[in-house]
Ligand binder design. Structure first.
Ligand code: SF4
Length: 462
């Protein structure tokens, strides 16, 4: 959806299963919502790495014959959404590098805030970069460490101590180790689970564990380096936070608002429960005189259910989403107004005609899609349209692995709520307040989230 921030990646790691690459494939399917422009798996058999990467959806990049070419009991996988200008094949992960002391593969979710500085330092020392991805810096740092003669594990940890920003990574080494690392502030999620046969699984979200019948054990904690070797899981190291002041975790609150699937548990919380509560508190803060509550599917649906429950107004499916539009859409048809949004969303006239409608969405970014949705609802006969957004106004960019439209294009960064309401053509508009968002998360969890895109205050200076 071009009118939403885009999560840039999802990662998988499987250790100790003869079907490792197939399990990684299934896990990546479950994480497909985190990135649809590139996918890849690297497996390891007796220290030899095998890789398949490509541009497209998981099912387009990998098929039966390609999975047959990925033998071994260890595999890491990656799905990515690439930012503009960087969608070329060579940026598709996992990356593999041969450096002194062996081969290493890495799959990374996040964004390094000191990438440019590290890259110019490394280039000054003679490193030659093959991609425009910040992840490549990690491999170069690990390779540079080989001059000291230290072990591959020490070099991974030393590299992770030098990088700053958001990184949830799974690495695989040629000597049979799998390493999962999460940055000290824990911006992006990473969980660990286990299959019945003892295989260890790492994934961005628990929905991937569920699909491959792995039991959720716990998060990889912020700053933790988990090493799996000879079937034994050891939490060996703890990275130092790169901030001077507040070292509390700063998990991305947008994972709970929009990115993660509602059936996932992210940062130790149910995404479904979070969204339900966002909707409930939004209804308590900003009630609407309405006959029906509908959602912008799919991401607004759980919050809309919470809104309807609290408001005591029936929830109905007033908009139906086509799940096939993305791949069929070629060119907007000039003679049909808003063809793009109509391909994705269809109003149900029987639910909407003559009704005062409260429509709940998860977030409002540029406002372009929301404006079209208000128009769709009116053309389907809605008597009034009240827009309710289950997050605060989105006013600033993200430096930690989320692609956000330029600030000048963020509706809330340049307009008041009243001006936005008029621009959208809605009868009323309200957002979940910052206090309401924190209240929804609870007094224990709320201080441990990043709210940078809603406040412009960032936990780690870019
Ligand atoms: Fe998430 Fe926003 Fe923080 Fe980025 S700035 S990590 S999108 S909460």
């Amino acid at each position: 959806d071009v009118d939403k921030p885009r999560e840039e990646c999802g990662v998988m790691g499987i250790y100790g299963d003869p079907e490792a690459s197939r399990l990684a494939y299934l896990g990546l399917h479950a994480l497909q919502h985190r990135g649809q422009e590139g996918a890849g798996i690297v497996s390891s058999e007796d220290g030899e790495f095998h890789a398949v990467t490509g541009v497209g959806l998981v099912s387009e990049v990998l098929d039966q014959s390609k999975l047959d070419a990925l033998p071994g009991s260890m595999a890491i996988g990656h799905v990515r959404y690439s930012t503009s200008g960087a969608s070329m094949l060579k940026n598709v992960q996992p990356f593999v590098s041969r450096c002194g002391g062996g081969t290493i593969g890495v799959a990374h979710n996040g964004n390094l805030v000191n990438y440019h500085q590290l890259r110019s330092e490394l280039e000054g020392e003679g490193s030659i970069f093959a991609t425009t991805s910040d992840t490549e810096v990690v491999l170069h740092l690990i390779a540079a460490g080989s001059k000291t003669g230290s072990s591959i594990l020490s070099r991974i940890v030393e590299a992770c101590e030098r990088i700053q920003g958001a990184f949830s990574m799974v690495l695989m080494t040629g000597d049979g180790k799998m390493v999962a690392v999460r940055d000290p502030l824990g911006f992006r999620p990473l969980v660990m689970g286990r299959r019945k046969n003892g295989a260890v699984v790492f994934a961005s979200e628990t929905c991937a564990l569920d699909l491959i019948e792995a039991r959720y054990e716990r998060e990889v904690f912020p700053g933790e380096v988990v090493v799996v070797e000879e079937g034994i899981v050891v939490s060996s190291f703890h990275l130092t936070a790169a901030t001077d002041g507040d070292r509390r975790r700063s998990c991305c609150v947008f994972e709970h608002i929009y990115f993660a699937l509602p059936n996932s548990n992210v940062f130790g919380r149910s995404v479904y429960e979070s969204r339900l509560e966002f909707g409930r508190i939004l209804a308590a803060e900003s009630p609407a005189d309405c006959d029906v509550v509908i959602s912008v599917p799919d991401s607004g649906t759980v919050a809309a259910l919470g809104y309807a429950e609290e408001a005591g107004v029936p929830f109905q499916q007033g908009l139906i989403r086509s799940h096939y539009a993305r791949r069929t859409f070629i060119e907007p048809i000039q003679s049909i107004r808003d063809a793009g949004v109509k391909l994705k969303l269809s109003p149900v006239k029987e639910i909407l005609a003559g009704k005062r409608v409260a429509v709940v969405d998860d977030s409002l970014v540029r406002g372009t899609t929301c404006r079209k949705i208000v128009g769709l609802l009116r053309s389907a006969g809605a008597a009034e349209v009240h827009v309710r957004i289950a997050s605060p106004p989105f006013v600033s960019g993200c430096y930690y692995g989320v692609d956000v439209p330029d600030e000048s294009r963020l509706m809330a960064a340049k307009m008041s709520v009243e001006e936005m309401k008029l621009s959208l053509g809605a009868d009323s508009l309200a957002f979940l307040s910052m206090d309401g968002l924190k209240k929804s998360l609870g007094a224990n969890d709320a201080p441990h989230f990043c709210y940078g895109c809603f406040t412009g205050k960032y936990p780690l200076t870019p």
